[in-house]
Design a protein around this ligand. Structure first.
Ligand code: FAD
Length: 461
C-alpha cells in the first residue's frame, strides 16, 4: 500500500532521535535586528550565516507550520550546481558575469557539504555527482549540446558517455548516452533541514513555528499573535509567496511530485549498478529526477499536475492517483526489472517559478525588505548561495557574492487568471506531447512544439 501525502517520505519516516518537539509560536509583539519569514533552506541558511558572522545580531525566524514543511522537507535531494536563469543572466550581463555565478554555484555544493560536516549534520550526503541521461535521439542531441554548453561555462571536469558507458553507471534500459558532472551530491533533504535548524538555534537564532505571517511591510512582519519589528524583513517563502498579500502574481507555485520504492534487494542493485549513487536526471522536456536513497530505495520525481488554479498550494503533499501511476510507469520504463515493485510513499510540494524562470536575491536598503527564491526546482544548493548573499547585503558589505548578476534582478508578474492557469496547462501539455513524439519518431531533432513552448513561456532565452 502506498502512503499518500504525510508531507513527504522523508518526513513520514523521520526517525531522528530525539524527535524535535514543535517550537513555540510567537506570543506577542517582539523586536529583532532581522526577521526572516519562512523556515526552509533559504530562511534557515540566512539566519545561520547572519548569526555566525555577527553573533550579536538578534535574528528571528517565523514559520507558518514547522521547519521543513515546504519544498526543503520534500525535495528530491539533488544538491547540485544548477541555477535557474544562468543563460539569461549571460545575455543580460555578459558571459563573464554568468561564469562567476556558475563558479559560485560549483563552490556552493562544497560549502553545503563542508558546513554539514562542521556542524555534525548527518544528512546521508554522498558526493557521487550528477548523471544526466538521454533515452532517444532527440534527447541525445540536447544532451550533447548541454554537455558542450556546461563545459564552455568552465565545467571541464564533466564527462560524456556513450550508451555502453552510461548503462555501466546506471542500468537505464534504453539509455543512449549520458553526461556526468562531479558537482553534485545525494542528500536526505529533511535531515539537512533539521540539522541546519538545530545549528542555527545553537548560535542563538530564535525560531517560532505555527506562526503564519499575514503581512510583510517595511520593518515589520505581522502575525495573528503579534508583530515582529526589525530594520530588515526577509521573505523566504519561495513556492508559497503567492499566498502573501500583494504577491499573488509573483512566483508561480509549481507542483512537483515524487514516489519512492520499498528498499530494493542486493540482487536488484547488482543488475541496476548505480554503485556511485549519482543523482539521476534525463533530458526530457518534462524532466525527471531521482536518487538512490541511503536505505537502497529509488526516489523518483517529476511534474504531476503542474499548477493549481489561483496559485493554490496543497497542504500535506497528497498526490493525485493518476500522478502516482504516471511516476510508477516512468520508473518501470527506466528500470523494467522493477515492474511490480512496491511503491511505499507518494508526495508533492511546491516550488517558485518567476515569469522569466530566473532565480534572484534582493535587498532594498531603503525599506529593509529582502527576498530570495524563484529557484525553479534547483533550490537545494541555490538557497545556500542566496543566504550568504543576503547576509552580505544586510551587513552592507560589497563582496564577490553581492556582485553576482542575479542580485537585485526584477521580473515582471505572471498573467492574471485564467490566463496563468491556461498558459501553464498548455505548456506542460506541449512538453508531454513533445516527449511522446520524440520517443516515437526517433528523430534527432527537438520537436518544434517544445521549442515554441520554450519561447512562449519565457523559459528559453
Ligand atoms: C517535490 C520537490 C522536489 C524537488 N527536488 C529538488 C532537488 O532535488 N534539487 C533541488 O535543487 N531543488 C529541488 N526542489 C526545489 C527545492 O526544494 C526548493 O527550491 C527549496 O527547498 C526552496 O527552499 P526555500 O526555503 O526557499 O522554500 P521552502 O522550503 O518552500 O520554505 C518556505 C517556508 O516558508 C513557510 N511559509 C510560507 N508562507 C509563510 C507565511 N506566510 N508565514 C510564515 N511562513 C511561511 C513555509 O511553510 C515553508 O516552510 C524540489 C522541490 C519540490 C517541491
Amino acid at each position: 500500500m502506498t502512503i499518500n501525502g504525510g508531507i513527504s517520505f522523508w518526513y513520514a519516516t523521520d526517525r531522528t532521535a530525539p524527535a524535535t518537539p514543535p517550537r513555540a509560536p510567537l506570543t506577542g509583539d517582539a523586536t529583532a535586528d532581522v526577521v526572516i519569514v519562512g523556515g526552509g533552506y533559504t530562511g534557515l541558511w540566512t539566519a545561520y550565516y547572519l548569526k555566525s558572522s555577527a553573533p550579536s545580531l538578534r535574528v528571528t525566524v517565523l514559520e507558518q507550520k514547522f521547519c521543513g514543511y515546504g519544498a526543503s522537507g520534500r525535495n528530491g535531494g539533488w544538491l547540485y550546481n544548477g541555477i535557474a536563469g544562468r543563460d539569461r543572466y549571460a545575455a543580460l550581463h555578459g558571459r563573464e558575469a554568468a561564469q562567476r555565478l556558475q563558479r559560485a554555484m560549483n563552490d556552493t555544493v562544497t560549502e553545503v557539504v563542508d558546513i554539514a560536516a562542521k556542524e555534525g549534520i548527518d544528512a546521508d550526503i554522498h558526493r557521487g555527482g550528477v548523471l544526466e541521461i538521454a533515452r532517444n535521439p532527440a534527447q541525445l542531441t540536447r544532451l550533447k549540446a548541454f554537455h558542450a554548453a556546461e563545459t564552455a561555462f568552465g565545467e571541464t571536469d564533466r564527462e560524456l558517455y556513450d550508451a555502453t558507458a552510461a548503462r555501466a553507471r546506471i542500468g537505464v534500459a534504453d539509455a543512449v548516452g549520458a553526461s556526468w558532472s562531479p558537482h553534485g551530491a545525494r542528500i536526505h533533504p529533511l535531515k539537512l533541514l533539521k540539522g541546519l535548524a538545530a545549528a542555527a538555534e545553537r548560535l542563538g537564532v530564535v525560531i517560532h513555528e505555527s506562526t503564519p505571517v499575514t503581512e510583510i511591510a517595511p520593518r515589520r512582519a505581522v502575525t495573528p499573535y503579534g508583530t515582529v519589528r526589525a530594520p530588515y524583513v526577509l521573505r523566504c517563502t519561495e513556492g508559497f509567496t503567492a499566498s502573501l498579500k500583494g504577491q499573488k502574481r509573483s512566483w508561480l507555485p509549481m507542483n512537483s511530485s515524487m514516489i519512492v520504492t520499498a528498499p530494493l534487494p542486493p540482487e536488484t542493485w547488482e543488475r541496476l549498478g548505480w554503485s556511485g549513487r549519482e543523482v539521476l536526471g534525463d533530458m526530457a522536456h518534462a524532466y525527471m529526477y531521482a536518487q538512490r536513497t541511503a536505505d537502497d530505495r529509488i526516489a523518483i520525481g517529476g511534474r504531476g499536475v503542474p499548477y493549481r488554479f489561483g496559485s493554490r498550494t496543497d497542504n500535506d503533499g497528497r498526490t493525485q492517483p493518476a500522478t502516482i501511476e504516471a511516476l510508477t510507469a516512468l520508473l518501470t520504463s527506466f528500470f523494467p526489472a522493477l515492474t511490480g515493485t512496491e511503491i511505499t510513499h507518494a508526495w508533492s510540494g511546491v516550488l517558485g517559478v518567476p515569469r522569466d524562470w530566473c532565480a534572484s536575491v534582493t535587498l532594498d536598503p531603503a525599506t529593509g525588505l529582502g527576498w530570495a527564491g524563484g529557484y525553479v526546482g534547483s533550490g537545494v544548493a541555490t538557497a545556500n548561495l542566496a543566504a550568504r548573499t543576503l547576509r552580505d547585503l544586510v551587513q552592507g558589505d560589497s563582496t564577490d557574492l553581492t556582485g553576482l548578476p542575479w542580485v537585485g534582478h526584477r521580473v515582471r508578474r505572471w498573467e492574471p487568471e485564467p490566463f496563468r492557469w491556461l498558459g501553464v496547462q498548455a505548456l506542460y501539455t506541449a512538453y508531454r506531447a513533445a516527449d511522446r513524439h520524440e520517443a516515437a519518431t526517433h528523430s534527432p531533432a527537438t520537436t518544434p512544439l517544445a521549442r515554441l513552448a520554450d519561447r512562449i513561456s519565457g523559459r528559453a532565452h
